[in-house]
Design a protein around this ligand. Structure first.
Ligand code: ADP
Length: 192
């Protein structure tokens, strides 16, 4: 298996780049944000629990997200590999992912981290909010809250992968195509 993590703050372009990456490398896209929004739209108990956290810009509890990833992983046991998007978002999630992959006798090949200035991120998110119908993108206060959560809880995940020499920063500003090429360049170094 060949597994990648696309890492970066809200609005850094993970969703946009994921679509092209899964196609090019034949991976299964595992976006915890998308999975949670799907649960919300189906009004499942998990979705109902998650909605309150998401609308406030808070993280959904680790055990909920980890359980969801676990079952998605089992549903796609034939996958060539996964592209994790928006996960892991806490050190506890990263540790749980290590264990899960270890059980499946596989690992993370690389973490690709999109770097974008906060000013540009707010602009992109407010813009996305106009068309996406995502309530967490329309309110600047909720957006700022998500950045604070990112700083406090998600940034330490970078250190987890730096220690393992798997962390690769990528300039996340420029055209979608330029950024895609930079990501592919890093990935291709890992494919022998
Ligand atoms: P973005 O990164 O643009 O904020 P996502 O779609 O990845 O968008 O996530 C939206 C919301 O879903 C987050 O603000 C959070 O509440 C919740 N969420 C997504 N992934 C996770 C995760 N791995 N752990 C906890 N909460 C998550």
């Amino acid at each position: 298996m060949f597994n990648l993590i696309l890492f970066g703050p809200p609005g850094s372009g993970k969703g946009t780049q994921s679509d092209s990456l899964v196609e090019k490398y034949g991976l299964i896209h595992l976006s915890t944000g998308n999975l949670l929004r799907e649960e919300i739209s189906q009004k499942t108990p998990l979705g109902i629990e998650a909605k309150g956290f998401m609308d406030n810009g808070q993280l959904v509890p680790d055990e909920v997200v980890i359980g969801m990833v676990d079952s998605y992983f089992d549903k796609h046991s034939e996958a060539k590999g996964f592209l994790f998007d928006g996960f892991p978002r806490t050190v506890a999630q990263a540790e749980a992912l290590d264990k899960l992959l270890d059980l499946k006798k596989t690992e993370i090949a690389a973490v690709l981290a999109l770097e974008v200035s906060e000013e540009e991120l707010v602009k992109r998110l407010l813009n996305r909010g106009k068309t996406s119908g995502r309530s967490d993108d329309t309110n600047e206060e909720v957006i700022r809250k998500r950045f604070a959560v990112y700083s406090n809880e998600t940034k330490p995940v970078a250190q987890h992968y730096k220690k393992a020499h798997k962390f690769h920063p990528i300039k996340g500003e420029g055209t979608v195509d330029e950024i895609f090429k930079s990501i592919c360049k890093e990935i291709d170094k890992k494919i022998v």
